[in-house]
Design a protein around this ligand. Structure first.
Ligand code: AMP
Ligand code: ZN
Length: 432
């Protein structure tokens, strides 16, 4: 059976969409009052203030710090017994944000993802391999259930182990894969060095997301696999993947406006930027039951693409994510804050004052090197002692940020300390 995932709402005009958004926003305001966060912090929320969708601007913002402060369940609008799943934003074990889902949330989320996949040309007869990490990341189960909802044969391959990925892709003649762009480029190198080429596979589509990448990277993926690659955007706080996705036109990602209200604001003044200009994406979830978020500051920088898409959908398009308005690093799809690194380093007695995170890219693989100043008394000549210390630091960092960095010990006062704000991150990757 072929399930048609072209939803009626996808073809609605602006007027109809806006009316639905206003209705759903009123409902969200009512629901949000049931949470500890919104009832304590914004006790004057009133659904009667919402006459149209523009009135979203009268509502307060929600930030990641709020999610952390009210961790773990201060945003729940329904009793814990009604929750059937939780995820957490990636890479933030030190200061986590927990996201809960009711059964209905999982249902609407799977629908949204299935719609994205259908829009990009995937169909129920496709064989689909998900190369995202499963577990707390939403890119695993979120994409997985969307593909099953569409009706595709779904292979939950998970992340890493290139040899096994290639075997699965080949043996099951996979036609659509979901993959992080940097890993897609690496995997194609492995494929070529194994003596295989695109003719050995049946791939026709890649869904790529989770980290910023340029148009050039997309082109390269398309050429190397001889496929079409579509950008996929999402974040745990808004369910996960399935928030924005490219259609066959490949000219920006449609945000599903029946499920989200989007604003693009100047990150300093929080005033909307003119259409087409770069700003911070702010999202309000309209169909989440467990923990709807109002005006959530994503910190992702993008712009609204003006004009109507040739595919006919009126859902607003955003450009690829250009970067962040905060200092969050995205490395291999994992989110890392410099402060997490600092917290670990400052807990190690041998470590001095200064450190520098250096991000590099070689053969399409991103890596992190952490240059760490060591106190004079520990900077001994015995290499074994120093190697041991490097390993200890690398291990402690892995525990916190989920990625093993290369650690380089340097003498006290050898990292340039510009007057004023210390430079903590040097990003030498090309595509940012
Ligand atoms: P998480 O909440 O762990 O799923 O991480 C969500 C974050 O990953 C977003 O806020 C973005 O910064 C980043 N991200 C997700 N999808 C993309 C994409 N297609 N392009 C660039 N960055 C992305
Ligand atoms: Zn379109």
């Amino acid at each position: 059976m072929c399930i048609d995932y072209l939803h009626e709402e996808e073809l609605w005009d602006r007027e109809k969409l806006s009316a639905l958004q206003a209705d759903r926003l009123r409902q969200v305001v009512e629901t949000a009052k049931n949470s500890r966060f919104y009832s304590e912090k914004f006790s004057n929320l009133d659904a009667r203030d919402i006459r149209n969708v523009e009135d979203v601007r009268r509502l307060p913002f929600t930030s990641k710090d709020d999610l952390r402060e009210y961790y773990p369940d201060g945003f729940l609008c329904r009793p814990l017994e009604e929750m059937v799943r939780m995820h957490a934003s990636s890479g933030t074990t030190g200061s986590p944000t927990a996201i809960f889902y009711t059964r209905s949330d999982l249902n609407t989320w799977a629908d949204l993802v299935a719609r994205c996949m259908y829009m990009a040309g995937m169909r129920s007869w496709d064989v689909f391999q998900n190369l995202s990490g499963y577990g707390l990341f939403t890119g695993g189960l979120g994409i997985h259930y969307g593909a099953e909802r569409l009706g595709a044969l779904t292979i939950p391959a998970g992340a890493g182990n290139s040899k096994r990925q290639i075997k699965l892709l080949k043996d099951f003649q996979v036609s659509v894969m979901h993959i992080i762009p940097s890993y897609a480029l690496h995997l194609s190198n492995v494929i070529r060095s194994s003596g295989l080429n695109s003719e050995d596979f049946n791939l026709r589509i890649a869904l790529i997301g989770a980290e910023p990448h340029t148009e050039e990277i997309r082109q390269r993926i398309q050429e190397q696999y001889n496929i079409s690659a579509y950008n996929s955007y999402g974040l745990s706080e808004m369910n996960g993947p399935g928030v924005g996705f490219e259609c066959r036109e490949q000219k920006g990602m449609h945000i599903w406006e029946d499920a989200y209200i989007l604003e693009v604001l100047d990150p300093q003044t929080l005033v909307p930027v003119p259409e087409g200009e770069l700003g911070e994406l702010v999202l309000t979830s309209l169909t989440r039951e467990a923990m709807p978020l109002i005006r959530y500051r994503t910190k992702d920088l993008t712009r609204i693409i003006p004009g109507k898409c040739e595919c006919g959908r009126e859902h607003t398009r955003i450009d690829r994510i250009q970067g962040r308005s905060d200092d969050m690093i995205i490395l291999k799809g994992v989110n890392i804050y410099p402060l997490q690194v600092e917290k670990v380093l400052m807990g190690i007695p041998e470590v001095g004052q200064n450190y520098l995170i250096v991000l590099e890219r070689q053969d399409y693989i991103d890596s992190m090197r952490v240059r760490v100043e060591i106190k004079d008394e520990y900077f001994v000549e015995d290499m074994r002692v120093l190697r041991g210390l490097e390993q200890k630091i690398a291990h402690s960092l892995k525990e916190e940020i989920l990625i093993t960095p290369q650690v380089e010990l340097v003498e006290h006062n050898s990292i340039p300390n510009n007057q004023g704000k210390a430079e903590r991150v040097m990003d030498n990757r090309l595509c940012r």
